[in-house]
Design a protein around this ligand. Structure first.
Ligand SMILES: [Zn+2]
Length: 272
């Protein structure tokens, strides 16, 4: 019970700090909710010393042990296996503790490590961002295809020099084209595209598209369209420096983050 209270006080403390720590605190809170034994976090395991007489038998000084606090009645044999180190995790992947250790602070740290490993996005993303190219088009045209062709050419050149070959840039080019060829209200929002070049190395593209079109008619005989292009394309190179940033970039690639896209953009814009 004291262990639990100590962990809860660490959680409450985290809740008063920055947004990332708050989310870690909430996740830990969720993890410990169903836990009954705070000695082992219901992993039913801990560790203990094997004793001096076994010290030099080569099997290690420690052993993995059944958590005595979980047992309904005392058992004779709690031995699971001999270990050369106490750097052990249980079946859930949470660090194991010495059978008689009661520190809540260490356990809180262990829970933090556990949730961060499981949910890397909980940590503040760390990355470097450098501008590759910035394209701004503000034009009226009757021939949309030609204008879009020009824009795509510029993007292709910029991407090619960073992505080595066009093959890896193809998907990005396709998505840029799709976005800037679109004139409905849906396209009038910020779009974020991302593609992995090599591990931890991403191309990242922000498209702000405010284009519109008007249908005009000549002599009331036939209709034609006039396009007002207002497009800003910014291309960046991102090198991710931790799992959280990697996770974020992958999310953009997989488009699972679509509803969080504005938050992600804010994050990318603000921390450079
Ligand atoms: Zn236990």
């Amino acid at each position: 019970m004291e262990i639990k209270n100590e962990i809860i006080s660490f959680i409450e403390n985290y809740k008063t700090t920055d947004a990332f720590k708050q989310n870690i605190a909430l996740k830990i809170e969720e993890v410990i909710k169903p836990i009954k034994c705070f000695h082992c976090f219901d992993q039913k395991q801990c560790w203990d010393y094997r004793g001096l007489r076994f010290k030099y038998d080569g099997k290690g000084e420690f052993y993995r042990k059944i958590c005595p606090h979980c047992l309904a009645k005392p058992a004779e044999n709690l031995w699971i296996e001999d270990c050369i180190s106490t750097d052990l995790v249980g079946p859930f992947g949470i660090k194991l503790f010495r059978h008689d250790a009661h520190a809540g602070s260490e356990r809180f740290k262990a829970l933090e490590t556990y949730v961060i490993k499981k949910y890397p996005e909980l940590v503040k993303p760390c990355y470097t961002k450098s501008g590759v190219d910035s394209i701004h088009i503000n034009e009226k045209t009757y021939n949309l295809e030609i204008e879009i062709g020009k824009i795509i050419n510029t993007c292709t050149q910029a991407l090619e020099s960073y992505m080595g070959n066009l093959h890896s840039a193809t998907k990005l080019i396709k998505n840029i084209k799709l976005n800037i060829s679109c004139f409905d209200e849906e396209s009038k929002k910020n779009t974020l595209l991302c593609e992995e070049i090599t591990p931890n190395h991403f191309m990242y593209i922000v498209i702000k598209n405010n284009s519109s079109k008007k249908t005009k008619s000549r002599f009331g005989m036939y209709n034609y369209q006039k396009f007002y292009l207002d497009i800003q394309i910014d291309i960046f190179e991102i090198k991710t420096l931790n799992d959280s940033a990697h996770h974020l970039c992958n999310n953009i690639i997989n488009e699972t983050a679509e509803k969080h896209i504005n938050e992600i953009m804010k994050l990318f814009e603000s921390t450079t």
